[in-house]
Design a protein around this ligand. Sequence first.
Ligand code: NAI
Ligand code: PYL
Ligand code: MG
Length: 259
Amino acid sequence: MALLTPDDLRDINKQLQEADSIVRRVTGLDIKGICKTLYGTSPNSEKIGIVPVTAGNGIIKNFSASLHAITQYFGFDSFVTDMSDVSGYYEAVRSGADIILMADDHTFLAHNLKNGKIANNQPSTGIIYAEIASRNQKTDSKDVLVVGLGKVGFPGAVHLVHKGFRVYGYDTDKTLLKRAVSSLGIIPFDIESPKRFSTIFEATPCANTIPETLLSENCVLSTPGIPCAISEELRLKYNVQLVMEPLGIGTASMLYSVL
Ligand code: NAI
Ligand code: PYL
Ligand code: MG
């Protein structure tokens, strides 16, 4: 998994506010509204315990603090434990946490201790970014391009197929592309083809994955992938509505899915 850096998380509140305003402009709903309609849930005074984890590459500076800011932004009561790892988990439960948030290098989970529901960040992120893409108010077209069909992109593609979109898919890994074509019936897309899209969902760890030939004026690019899928120059040239934020939208999706 591509790991976040402290720099990605700089000024997370500002990043979240900016993302929220773009999500509103693109869909007519804010991130909370998207989560409510997606999962049919609303917070009910749940308390969230955030546990720092030292395993593997260890603590990412700003990670727990960012989760604290994100959970507060979405109106949850939350706290970061003083201790890490198993001791931190014990501390969170003893301090009355209803939901545990914790991540090692492979898995970022939300576990609701009251109802047993558990969420994984990767599918939760794919689903909410795909949902945002699917709500592009500026188009009637049912065509959506998905670039990157891995742990985030594949569940997003599944979501779009279930919503009745005509999903075009591309991944540099031919095996993953074949899997998505055979299991989901998506249309394999040749990235060199000049077809322009009004809605694109991208989930890769690479920069500049979307060539100019695929962009249309005012198109929506919904992408959790870091770094960004297009250059700033292309964003401005096509007035691309870019929904991209490093942690908060996916975390909101995880939390609402376990309520
Ligand atoms: P993954 O490694 O499972 O999937 C990435 C896929 O992109 C792979 O299948 C790979 O073959 C494909 N790919 C790479 N370069 C490509 C290119 N130029 N064109 C088309 N496909 C290409 O990774 P995962 O877990 O799905 O994560 C994807 C990205 O999302 C990463 O950058 C990760 O850090 C980010 N992420 C962001 C979150 C957020 O909240 N913003 C949350 C979780 C992940
Ligand atoms: C959850 C993010 C989204 C993209 N990459 C994922 C990542 O960076 N995972 C690693 C998270 C490690 C957190 C560390 C800590 O500070 O507790 N163990
Ligand atoms: Mg990318």
